[in-house]
Design a protein around this ligand. Structure first.
Ligand code: ZN
Length: 133
């Protein structure tokens, strides 16, 4: 794994949170993207070299809706950049981690993504992401 690619924050209302985070960072989000397959609408902010992803559920069955129901708004996942997502998935499975999707799927921001189940990572949902070239 390489650097932290971004941190994902679950929010109830993306429009309101975009205003909040714009005043926090002193600049607006640079992108809004809906990932229909995941039932989420996302926005991205840059703060120096760091990236923050806000996620709003677009339907009640979305993983984000379920997360907010259980835990409320807040940090949802930490994403790490990887060069070769398939070999990283294999390596982590061999290490005993539970990978939620063995076949990487298309995520927001032009990435192939896979998630590790939080039960094997001390309660933290970890996202692996590889830039699609
Ligand atoms: Zn993410």
């Amino acid at each position: 794994m390489e650097k932290i690619e971004h941190i994902g924050i679950a929010v109830k209302n993306l429009e309101e949170s975009n205003v909040l985070f714009a005043s926090l960072f002193g600049k607006k989000h640079y992108k809004i993207e809906e990932v229909a397959s995941e039932g989420v609408k996302t926005s991205f902010f840059k703060s120096g070299p760091n990236k923050i992803e806000l996620l709003e559920a677009t339907n009640p069955n979305s993983p984000i809706a379920k997360f907010i129901e259980k835990k409320g708004e807040g940090i949802h996942h930490i994403a790490f950049a990887v060069k070769d997502i398939n070999s990283e998935i294999k390596r982590l499975q061999q290490e005993g981690f539970t990978v939620l999707n063995e076949t990487p799927k298309k995520g927001a921001d032009n990435k192939l993504v896979a998630f590790l189940h939080p039960k094997t990572t001390n309660g933290v949902l970890i996202e692996l992401c590889q830039e699609i070239e």
